[in-house]
Design a protein around this ligand. Structure first.
Ligand code: URA
Length: 219
């Protein structure tokens, strides 16, 4: 049966009548900003990350490892082949050297350190990280640092040092001094993979570790 309203419109020769329908708007989950995430959400977000092309070549992401109550944060460059395969940071040859270096100054990844990388995905063939990959990925590292609140940060190699300290200076210029990241003391040293290639530089790395030990006594 036609309503009065429709009869009226027909009489005026206006039609068809437009009626508002209920439509299904898919409810979109509003993505949480990385700077608000807790550890679990951050880890899940990194696991699913597709912000750069490295997601196409990785086996899996490498989030970071160690105690989330650690006073010491060690930051490397990016997962290598072994890390990409096993999903854990510094598990290859460079990782073994890192463990020995930490052990020598009374630190251990099981007890008092957390280990993370600038990039969470392996660059193919272990090539250098691209600036756009670093730009996309560092938000995760910054959040890890905020959540961890370490008492001291050790940066391994050029990419970690230049990214966190926002500088283009070389490792040789940056090591030997205490830097700051958001009021957290930062020490820069050589990457263990570099020390494996250039063992003659281990003496300098040892000097850096002695600085770390000095800081540990203050922490
Ligand atoms: N090199 C890094 O910088 N990070 C790793 O996790 C492994 C090798």
């Amino acid at each position: 049966m036609q309503t009065h309203h429709q009869l009226f419109l027909d009489a005026l020769n206006i039609g068809p009548e437009w009626v508002l329908r209920e439509i299904d708007v898919p409810s979109k989950e509003i993505p949480q900003t990385v700077s608000m995430m807790d550890w679990e959400t951050l880890e899940k977000t990194v696991t699913a990350c597709q912000q750069c092309n490295l997601c196409q070549t990785r086996t899996q992401t490498v989030f970071g490892a160690g105690s989330r109550q650690a006073d010491w944060l060690i930051i490397g460059e990016a997962p290598g082949e072994q890390e990409d395969r096993r999903g854990q940071a510094f598990v290859g040859q460079a990782g073994q050297l890192l463990d020995n270096m930490l052990h020598a100054i009374g630190l251990s990844r099981a007890r008092n350190t957390y280990i993370a990388n600038v990039l969470k995905c392996r660059p193919p063939g272990n090539r250098d990280p691209h600036p756009e990959e670093i730009a996309q990925c560092t938000q995760y590292l910054h959040r890890q640092i905020t959540l961890l609140q370490p008492k001291c940060i050790i940066l391994l190699g050029r990419f970690a040092a230049q990214t966190l300290l926002q500088t283009a200076s070389s490792i040789s210029k940056l090591r030997g001094q205490i830097h700051q990241y958001n009021e957290i003391p930062v020490i820069v040293t050589y990457h263990p993979a570099y020390l494996l290639r250039r063992p003659e530089e281990k003496a300098k790395a040892w000097a850096d570790l002695c600085m770390v030990q000095g800081l540990a006594q203050l922490a």
